[in-house]
Design a binder for this molecule. Sequence first.
Ligand code: URA
Length: 287
Amino acid sequence: MNVSPAMATPSLLEIALFYAEAGVDEVIGEVPVDRTVAPPPRSPAATEAVAAGAGRPAAGATPARGAVPPMAMPPAAPAAQQALLSVQAVESAASEAARACRTVPELEAAIRAFEGCALRATATNTVIARGNPQAPLMIIGEAPGRDEDAQGLPFVGESGQLLDRMLKAIGRDESNVYISNILFWRPPGNRDPSAEEIVACRPFIERLIELVQPKVIACAGKHSAATLLGATGITRIRGRWHEYRRGDLVIPAMPLLHPAYLLRQPGVKREAWRDMLSLAEKLEELK
Ligand code: URA
């Protein structure tokens, strides 16, 4: 029987090219996982334990790629209520772990060991911060992208390079800026952070701010501004002074347009430049 070339089994290279053209640029597991099938139910006690990271590989161990994130659904409980319980358990595990840290290196170790954020399973690296933790200016973005995940450092890709140029224009570099994100692991495909992921990471970024106590905070992008300042509508609120408040800590904070947005919309760079000048003025004032 003659097999037409068009019907021949495609080579691995052809399959890879097909996926690349379709926009699939990353493999996150070796075995396909059918996420439409509910896993076997867990007891509420097991759910709490999973949220707190119990019964998992030792701290620092690399989780299996493509591992199914913890799901919590005892048959009797309504799904929404159970999900809420699970989110609360993750948040309290994160808060407890963060509160116990007295120094930035301790906090970094606690974040690396934390297993309550499902993104950890698909990320290559935990991405925490770069720059000088004693710096008066702290920039807080959204989440690591592909380059950040590969290098384990925040804002090192194209948008990070733009951020560095903007900072340089006001006399700042890694010696006098500290840069972090509200999430410490890359959301696959650079999708927006989910509410659950933000809840799991927020106690750590709040503790990092508390330990570093910068004089001024700049929130790069809408998710950072919403999470840390409760401020929404980034194009309206950018460049306006807000306050980051937590307990007794009050720090002047400014929402900024995200550098990735500036790369897509170069027309708004003029506004971004104004915001940088305003940051520089405030830092001068607080010297
Ligand atoms: N975008 C962010 O918000 N943070 C990074 O680290 C990289 C890109």
